[in-house]
Design a protein around this ligand. Structure first.
Ligand code: 6R9
Length: 652
């Protein structure tokens, strides 16, 4: 593979004005590793502190002495860093350009205007009794108020938990109760293309479920967006526009300790229910700011657009906190890439003169399938950098993005990172490195990646193994909300003293890192992280199902698809009606993103004699690799494998 791979040097025009050169990257990287305290002490100065820190790093990942603190005695406020401190020099600069679902609708807010809206929103929350440390659930479409809500929480010291608007009432209720949240912010409806998403209805259903499990929601603050018909529960539900009528514009930012929580964001793991990843204030914002600046070669007049949803970590770090901390102009998009047609992304780039564009490989693959014409009808001359995130990008999609969208002019930054890492970790920094299509390339400042085998032995040179990170960085998660033992066990037990990413990785002869995908039971569907265990538990909660096993399989557009093996109860007919019902059931339990692509009814699942499902075999069958099933001699009933192969679903 190494022999045939292509290397693209940094485009010459780009290199001339880039913030980084190969030499500068190397100097800064070396310093960040050899003198982390000095490097990060200095980088902390990119923020405004209400009371200064005296030390940057105070971390031990060793059992018995486990502690993660950055800038621990510093005091600051995230919203003041994202807003107030820009007012003097950037008050009239656009902070957020909002592009609605319909191409006829957009709105620009300057830093001064955004500051005012956030203060007013924060005062509404205060009036309704929200206090520092309270958990606030945000279940919103991609509208300006979603960013007001996040920043308003940060302003008053409340901890937000944003739940993606595509999750079902059940999934929302689980996330409300897990963090004892009693305050929810939502909108009447969301818009995605021609579809309306019944957010308030879902929220009402979630509140009922939460109340039954002993966690009554006190207030649902509701944004009037589509003016769709929704019901309001007296005493609980409040319209934002009405509550805003009598609040002041003045809301002083709450002084927060650097290690006070900023937000919780639920993400899937290989076992159990989703984990509440907790990020804190100081280190996270330093990390969001420095990565956003260097990954995107940020200049003062850039217009930056990340097409993610604020329901995911990418939306937190790279729509809201990173760009606003840096005083940049950030675009927020409500719609979808294919509405009204497949040239929407590029039309929006032209309309708002976007220079830095960041999206997911699954979107690129979907648009690539629609053909070049949709791109070519647009101009795109404002574009300088193209980024990707969420899953590995296949070289074909990379080439198309580079040549067709960027016309060979724009470096591609393929950013590898995770909800847990807070921001980009392995990335081809523009100006500093040649590009190899599909490679995450090199570690960001302060990041020390290592590849290890299953026993934890470090692998040297060109090799492939499990990816661990051996040193802390300011943006790392601090705990799993309410379950610190689970945090230590999930990330630090496999390779003691190191952070285990859950990803596999290859390092080539030139030292480039290539993420190969998850090595645990997490799958990545259209860039969305999904625990196979979650989909399995949704399936077995259906009356007809006796047992279920879920694996990923290669999917042209989604990257991975969801393949479910289902064994039904003895008295149940496994027919087309049940197939459809199971799909409906999973969508209701989790949400549309968890919809199985293929369900195979199986009389039995391959198990070891001790009763463990052999997922390795199920994965191979789903991948259509029947010749390569490995050792099946330890199976309790080897014949079930023949039946599985014979009935492999091929629709996907
Ligand atoms: C930011 C985000 C994390 C998992 C991660 C990995 C995969 C993300 C990637 C990538 C290859 C990239 N992943 N970016 N794989 N190349 N550029 O996506 O966070 O939702 O927590 O997912 O996504 O497998 O472990 P999250």
């Amino acid at each position: 593979m190494d022999d045939v791979e292509k290397i693209y040097p940094v485009p010459a025009d780009f290199a001339r004005n880039a913030n980084l050169t190969p030499e500068l990257y190397k100097d800064m990287y070396d310093r960040s590793i050899n003198d982390p305290e000095g490097f990060w002490f200095e980088q902390g100065q990119r923020l405004d502190w209400m009371s200064p820190y005296t030390k940057a790093k105070n971390v031990s990942w060793e059992e018995g002495d486990f502690n993660i603190e950055w800038y621990a005695d510093g005091v600051l406020n995230v919203s003041a860093n994202c807003l107030d401190r820009h007012l003097e020099t950037r008050g009239d600069k656009p902070a957020i350009i909002w592009e609605g679902d319909s191409p006829d609708v957009s709105q620009t807010l300057t830093y001064t205007e955004l500051h005012r809206e956030v203060c007013r929103f924060a005062n509404v929350m205060k009036k309704l009794g929200v206090k520092k440390g309270d958990r606030v659930t945000i279940y919103m479409p991609m509208i300006l108020e979603a960013s007001f809500a996040m920043l308003a929480c940060a302003r008053i010291g409340a901890v937000h938990s944003v739940v993606f608007g595509g999750f079902s009432p059940d999934a929302l209720a689980g996330r409300i109760t897990d963090c004892d949240s009693t305050f929810v912010i939502t909108a009447d409806e969301g818009l995605r293309g021609t579809k309306r998403i019944p957010l308030k209805d879902n929220c009402d259903a979630a509140c009922d479920i939460a109340a039954k499990s002993g966690q009554p929601v006190k207030n649902v603050l509701t944004v009037r967006h589509t003016r769709g018909d929704v019901s309001m529960t007296k005493g609980r539900d409040v319209w934002l526009d009405e509550a805003l009528k009598d609040v002041s514009d003045d809301c002083p930012p709450e002084p927060m300790n650097a290690e006070d929580p900023l937000f919780i964001l639920y993400t899937s793991g290989s076992t159990g229910k989703p984990k509440g990843v907790l990020h804190t204030t100081g280190g996270y914002l330093v990390w969001a700011s420095i990565t956003h600046e260097y990954v995107f070669d940020l200049k003062e007049d850039d217009v930056y657009w990340c097409s993610a949803d604020v329901g995911w970590v990418t939306g937190h770090t790279y729509i809201v906190y990173g760009p606003l901390a840096n005083g940049a102009t950030t675009v927020m998009f409500e719609g979808v890439p294919t509405y009204p047609d497949a040239s929407r992304f590029w039309q929006v780039c032209d309309k708002h003169k976007v220079s830095l564009f960041y999206t997911a490989p699954t979107a690129i693959r979907a648009l690539m399938r629609e053909g070049e014409d949709y791109v070519k009808v647009t101009n795109r001359s404002s574009l300088r950098i193209l980024g990707t995130v969420g899953e590995p990008i296949n070289p074909e999609a990379w080439e198309w993005y580079f040549h067709v969208v960027g016309e060979g002019r724009c470096p591609i930054v393929d950013t590898w990172w995770q909800t847990e890492t807070g921001g980009a970790m392995i990335v081809p920094l523009p100006g500093a490195t040649d590009m190899k299509p599909g490679a995450g390339s090199h570690p960001f400042f302060g990041i020390v990646p290592e590849l290890v085998d299953a026993d934890g032995v470090t692998l040297e040179g060109a090799t492939e193994g499990n990816l661990i990170i051996t040193e802390s960085w300011p943006g790392q998660m601090r705990t799993v909300y309410g379950d610190h033992d689970r945090f230590k066990q999930a990330y630090f037990e496999a390779y003691p003293g190191n952070y285990f990413t859950g990803d596999g990785c290859r390092r080539d002869k030139d030292g480039f890192y290539w993420i190969t995908g998850r090595v645990d039971d997490v799958i990545n569907v259209s860039g969305h992280r999904m625990g196979t265990a979650e989909v399995e538990s949704a399936l077995v909660s259906h009356d007809a199902v006796a047992e279920a096993a879920v694996v990923g399989y290669p999917h042209d557009i989604k990257g991975q698809g969801i393949y479910a093996y289902v064994t039904v109860r003895a008295d149940v007919e496994a027919d087309e009606g049940l197939y459809k019902d199971l799909i409906k059931h999973v969508r209701a339990e989790i949400g549309p993103i968890a919809t199985p692509d293929l369900i195979q009814f199986a009389p039995g699942l391959p198990k070891t004699r001790s009763g463990k499902i052999m997922r390795r075999i199920l994965r191979k069958i789903a991948e259509n690799e029947f010749g390569n099933l490995g050792d099946t001699s330890t199976l309790a009933e080897p014949e079930v494998v023949d039946d599985l192969i014979e009935n492999r679903q091929n629709k996907g």
